[in-house]
Design a protein around this ligand. Structure first.
Ligand code: ASP
Ligand code: CP
Length: 412
């Protein structure tokens, strides 16, 4: 596996590396500063080089769409390689088999072929993080409707849940991928004639950082595709209408997915007497930091900071805790233990965060509410998820399961 990271990372790069090593593979850490990119080599040429030595290429890049460019380059190289290089790759294969090479990929993947994984492309997407996030939700669910009885991988574990996404939805690529992944989950859980949505997703962002309408549209489309896959049908979604309707008080439901846009103040203040506030309705609170590095200029960032402090100062008395927390945070929102108490959060509520954090989730939260603070365990779930993902992508799942069964047998 080669880690082609052209942007900083702690979790994604380290968990991919650890996952590959645990599966018996090797890892090449590409270092931009000492590579030929400093001589002006293009992304495409760099990729053509690295794919020659890799079964898996994991790419992180500051531009949205870069991962698709990498995948297109690797597709071309794979085709060429299968036509031109097969005899040599066969020799390599025999050689590695003789040595008992434990990189299962050498045997499972067609010779000389490489797969690409997007580890985050600018403000675009972060799809493996979304898989980690959904897996974390499945693993963390403890006691609602006895989901313990359902196997971990069954999406029904999340049936009827409300997932609230809080933070920078404009630039936050993890929220873009997660919204679509949750769409797929909702679609897979939807049943004809259901009165309640299979899943409700609420987007809460500072007004400058609202969820882009094309992502809301894509999430609705994912729900429809998920429902179609289950029922073996094909439906056409009126995508434009979905995005606009999400702003209405009840949001809009398409194929089991209800999407709704809410203000930060709605976290703790109820719309009407007798109606629980958003925090009280929420099962999973997914918090993200403001992506400062994506603001077009320092001026734009300063303007955002100014508007955050003005909004916090003028918030209504009913949202006093929210505004106090916001006033002390550079993000404009902050999930303190006091805020969860004021919002009467469910005892089962889990707080997730892709991390890194700035000040939107303070250390006091995990200190006082370790069970709720699932973001600390989310990193570990990410290791297992990425192990499964690599094994699946390399077609090595059966082989790894057999190795595991053998190891378990020896341990008994
Ligand atoms: N680490 C995540 C990302 O790379 C989230 C973040 O940086 O805020 O997208
Ligand atoms: N969650 C995540 O992508 O973290 P890093 O940016 O540290 O890789």
């Amino acid at each position: 596996m080669t880690l082609l990271f052209l942007e900083p990372s702690t979790r994604t790069s380290s968990s991919f590396a650890a996952a590959m090593q645990r599966l018996g593979g090797a890892v090449n850490h590409f270092t931009p500063a000492t590579s030929s990119t400093v001589k002006g080599e293009s992304l495409e040429d760099t990729v053509r080089c690295l794919q020659s030595y890799s079964d898996v290429l994991v790419v992180r890049h500051p531009e949205a769409g870069a991962a698709a460019r990498v995948a297109a380059t690797v597709d071309l190289a794979n085709t060429e390689s299968s036509q031109m290089l097969q005899p040599l790759d066969m020799l390599h294969r025999v050689d590695s088999d003789k040595q008992g090479d434990c990189a299962s990929s050498q045997r499972a993947l067609p010779h000389g072929q490489c797969v690409v994984m997007n580890a985050g492309d600018g403000a675009g997407e972060h799809p493996t993080q979304a898989l980690v996030d959904v897996f974390t939700m499945l693993c963390e669910i403890t006691d609602r409707k006895q989901p313990r009885l359902l196997p971990l991988w069954r999406f029904e574990r999340l049936s009827g849940f409300t997932v609230t996404l809080l933070g920078d939805m404009k630039f936050g690529r993890t929220t873009h991928s997660l919204a679509q992944a949750l769409g797929t989950v909702a679609g897979a859980n939807s049943k004809d004639g259901d009165k309640e949505p299979a899943l409700t997703v609420v987007y809460v962002a500072p007004s400058e950082l609202a969820m882009p309408t094309d992502i809301i549209t894509a999430a609705a489309a994912a729900a429809t595709a998920g429902a179609d896959a289950k029922a073996n049908t094909k439906t056409k979604t009126n995508a434009k209408c979905d995005a606009v309707a999400a702003s209405s008080p009840n949001g809009v439901t398409v194929s089991g997915l209800c999407q709704r846009i809410a203000d930060i103040s709605a976290l703790t203040s109820a719309p009407k007497k007798g109606v629980p506030c958003l925090l009280a309705q929420t099962d999973v609170l997914y918090v993200t930091r403001v992506q400062k590095e994506r603001f077009p200029s320092e001026d734009a960032w300063q303007q955002y900071q100014q508007s955050v402090s003005t909004t916090a100062a003028s918030s209504s008395a009913s949202a006093v805790a929210a505004s106090q927390a916001a006033a002390s945070s550079s993000s404009g929102y902050c999930i303190t233990p006091e805020l969860l108490k004021q919002g009467e959060a469910k005892p089962t509520l889990r707080v997730l965060h892709p991390l890194p954090r700035v000040d939107e989730v303070p250390p006091a939260l995990e200190a006082t509410e370790p069970l709720r603070a699932a973001y600390m365990r989310q990193m570990r779930w990410g290791l297992y998820l990425r192990m499964a993902l690599i094994a699946e992508a390399l077609g090595a799942t059966d082989e790894i399961e057999a190795l595991y069964a053998r190891a378990m047998g020896q341990a008994e």
